[in-house]
Structures are given as structure tokens and as C-alpha cells.
Design a protein around this ligand. Structure first.
Ligand code: SF4
Length: 419
């Protein structure tokens, strides 16, 4: 888990402080409001991972003026997606394990942030599988802090928690909301004058059937889910070949995303002398050591996270945060991305004309790989060069760029068939 303090909580000032699991959705905001109303200090904790972001939570916490901590849990979440104890929801979403893990990670942070208990916006019976009485009990069990998980919106329907018994929270002022109807939440939103709020549970890719199918394919292809593979397939159109993954960016936004996501061991391919897409080829056997990989992931997650927060800041919701545990070298990563973008543009505009592939050992090795050839033909197929009789692709590796030419007959099979 990697922690970023968006708005620092500072020293505890009131008699009780809650670490609120905060999605930015209406239920989590209301849970905070109910506690705040009775004098409890709120510190929000939100999570982000390769499967969902923190932008809405950043925005909602800023609107309420609550301190916010963001924890990146990509690695922890992948572990439970791989092996959930309590199974999946409709897709690849192991919600009970995931909620339990979030509560456990929050529990680990209680002392660090001087909080007395964990609060959540869960509502009894709101989601039949993950928020029934048994599931709420399991989440508490998985958290490892029995009696310290308070659900203000349904507390009166549940056994009293330790903060209630100790008098830190008045049970009488907690609520008894049950079920799927949102009526009472909407009334409360009016009462607290909440103008904008999210619908609950939006945005987790694990609940999306298309993404879940793709993640299963990825797991079969690699033998496990890797965060950097997930980021890469999300960046463009992905083709999984026996020994390599090819991801093609079909517009500027996807190309940029690919440049941010590509690692040094990947091969970049684009069209030479003509505007076109960018492809990243990730060879299965070319992933470097475990340590190198971890460092790469940490670095990239931080960059992605910083960019998400910067966008929120630009939208006027947030000031730029300083990470508590910063991964060294985020700036070099950005510079590398900018330089690569400039290089790709120069190749596409014909201002840099790479030499034809020679007979060097690396070139022979790269060219022997069928996925590289396939990726060259795909970038041509997705570019205006597909109408030409002959076109070239540039193959970019660290310190090495070369050019391969193809005849129309080579990429014709990739063209959409005419009706
Ligand atoms: S929807 Fe996604 S993030 Fe939310 S609990 Fe389920 S698996 Fe976790």
C-alpha cells in the first residue's frame, strides 16, 4: 500500500476521530455528516488501484473540507482478485474480500492518524450479496478490529460498537437505514444541502463484463495478473499473441496513454513518414527481474496518480498533494514520456528517417519475433498508409530505431473486408 496525504489530518482536536472509508459516493458522505454532526472529527481514507480511481473521492472530500488520505492498493487488490476467500460478485469483483481488506488496511492506519475507529457508509441490505448482515460481519472479521467498525447509516440495526459503548459516539443519533431504496439518503442529502453526489459503487472495472473477460484472458496469457499488464491493455486495443501482447493506440489520447504506460523492455512501433498510431509490443519473456519490475510499477503508479490529482487540481477542486512516501524518479519518467512523444512525432512527420534494419544481433532477434511484424502491419492497417502500395514502420527500442518496409499484400489481410 502506498500512501498519499492529499489534505493532511494534523493533530486530533476533538474527543473522537473517525477514519472514514470514503468513495465520494452519497452514502460515504452521509456517514461522515452524521458523525460530524455529533462532534466527531472526520479523516477520509480512500483507495485507488488499477481497477478504480480516487478522483471522485478527492473532489467530494474537498467539497466537505475533510482531510483525505489516498492509498494505492493495486497489489493488494490483485492478490484478492486472484484468490478470493468469499468468491466473486457477478463479474470478477470479489467485493466481500475487497471490503474486508479495505477495513483491515484502514485498521492498520488507525494509530498513525490518531483515529479511534473506522467508519463506513455501508447500508444494511443495500446490496444483496455484499451488504447483508452476514457480509457485514465478515468484513468486520476480516478487518481484524472487532467492535471498531461503525456504520453510522445502519448502526441502530447492528450490534453496538466499542465507540458507542465508550460514549465517543451517541448511538441515539445514529441511523437505521435498511434496504435498496435510496429515499432516506436523498432526504438526508437535502437536509445537509448536498448538491452533487455520485451514485454508489460506480467505476470499478472489475464489475464491468468486458473488462472482466479481458482480465481473465490476460491471466490465462500471463499465468497471473500483473498491474503493468492491466495498465497496458487499458491503454488501447489489445491483441494477445502466444509470446507477446500488442496494444495499438488508435488516437492521440491512446497514444499518449501508451507512452506513459510502456516500460523500457517494451518495443514501440509506429508508422514512418506518415501520421499513424503507436503500438507497444510486450514480449512475455522480456520482463526483467522481479525487483526491476516492482520499481517500474511503483514509479508508474505514482506518475499516473500525480496526473490524476493534477487534473482534479486544474478543475479547481484540489491543491497538488505531496506524497508521503514518494517513489524517486517520477520526474525522469515524465521527461522520458515527453521525449518519446517528440521522437514519435518526428518519425511520423518524416523529419527523422530511421535506417533500414541491419544485421545486428538485436535487430535479428527483434525481427525474428512474429509479434513485431504483426504490430508493424497493425500500425499500418490503422493508419492512412493502408491505402498505399508500400509503407514503412519504425521499430523503437532504447538506443535503437530502425525501419521495416512492407508491401500492401502484407497488410491486406488486416484490412476490414468490403461488404
Ligand atoms: S466494486 Fe470493486 S472496489 Fe468495490 S468492493 Fe467490489 S471489487 Fe472492491
Amino acid at each position: 500500500m502506498k500512501i498519499f496525504e492529499i489534505r493532511e489530518p494534523g493533530e486530533k482536536k476533538k474527543k473522537a476521530r473517525a477514519l472514514l472509508l470514503f468513495s465520494g459516493g452519497l452514502d460515504s458522505v452521509l456517514a461522515g455528516k452524521v458523525l460530524e454532526e455529533q462532534g466527531v472529527e472526520i479523516v477520509c481514507l480512500t483507495f485507488r488501484s488499477s481497477f478504480f480511481g480516487a478522483r471522485e473521492a478527492i473532489k467530494a472530500a474537498a467539497e466537505q473540507g475533510w482531510p483525505l488520505i489516498v492509498a494505492d492498493i493495486t497489489r493488494e487488490q490483485i492478490r484478492i482478485v486472484e484468490n478470493p476467500r468469499y468468491g466473486y460478485g457477478r463479474q470478477l469483483n470479489p467485493c466481500i474480500d475487497c471490503h474486508g481488506q479495505m477495513a483491515r488496511l484502514a485498521a492498520e492506519l488507525l494509530q498513525r492518524y490518531q483515529a479511534d475507529f473506522v467508519a463506513t457508509g455501508e447500508v444494511l441490505g443495500e446490496r444483496p450479496k455484499s451488504q447483508n448482515l452476514q457480509a457485514l460481519g465478515l468484513v468486520e472479521k476480516l478487518s481484524g478490529i472487532k467492535g471498531l467498525v461503525l456504520r453510522p447509516l445502519s448502526a441502530k440495526l447492528l450490534a453496538p460498537t466499542l465507540p458507542e459503548e465508550k460514549g465517543l459516539v451517541e448511538r441515539d443519533k445514529l441511523l437505521d437505514i435498511r434496504g435498496r431504496s435510496r429515499k432516506r439518503q436523498l432526504e438526508l442529502a437535502d437536509r445537509y444541502q448536498l448538491k452533487e453526489y455520485l451514485t454508489p459503487a460506480g467505476g470499478c472495472l472489475l464489475t464491468d463484463p468486458g473488462f472482466a473477460a479481458r482480465a481473465r484472458q490476460l491471466r490465462r496469457w500471463r499465468g497471473a495478473l500483473w498491474p503493468e499488464d492491466i495498465e497496458l491493455v487499458r491503454a488501447g486495443r489489445a491483441f494477445l499473441e502466444a509470446g507477446a501482447m500488442i496494444v495499438v493506440g488508435r488516437d492521440e489520447r491512446e497514444n499518449d496513454h501508451l507512452l506513459q504506460t510502456a516500460r523500457e523492455t517494451d518495443v514501440l512501433i509506429t508508422t514512418a513518414g506518415i501520421k499513424g498510431p503507436l503500438a507497444v509490443v510486450r514480449l512475455k519473456a522480456e520482463q526483467g527481474s522481479d525487483d526491476g519490475q516492482k520499481a517500474g510499477i511503483e514509479l508508474r503508479l505514482e506518475t499516473i496518480f500525480r496526473e490524476a490529482v493534477s487534473e482534479a487540481a486544474e478543475a479547481g477542486n484540489q491543491t497538488e498533494p505531496e506524497p508521503v512516501e514518494s517513489g524517486a524518479g517520477a520526474e525522469p519518467e515524465k521527461v522520458r514520456c515527453r521525449e518519446l512523444r517528440a521522437l514519435v512525432t518526428r518519425i511520423q512527420e518524416g523529419r527523422l528517417n530511421p535506417e533500414a534494419a541491419g544485421t545486428g544481433a538485436e535487430e535479428v532477434w527483434v525481427l525474428k519475433n512474429p509479434a513485431i511484424r504483426e504490430a508493424c502491419l497493425l500500425v499500418i492497417r490503422y493508419s492512412r498508409a493502408r491505402h498505399l502500395g508500400r509503407a514503412a514502420a519504425a521499430i523503437i527500442r532504447p538506443g535503437k530505431i530502425f525501419r521495416l518496409e512492407f508491401e500492401k499484400a502484407d497488410w491486406e489481410k488486416y484490412l476490414p473486408s468490403k461488404p
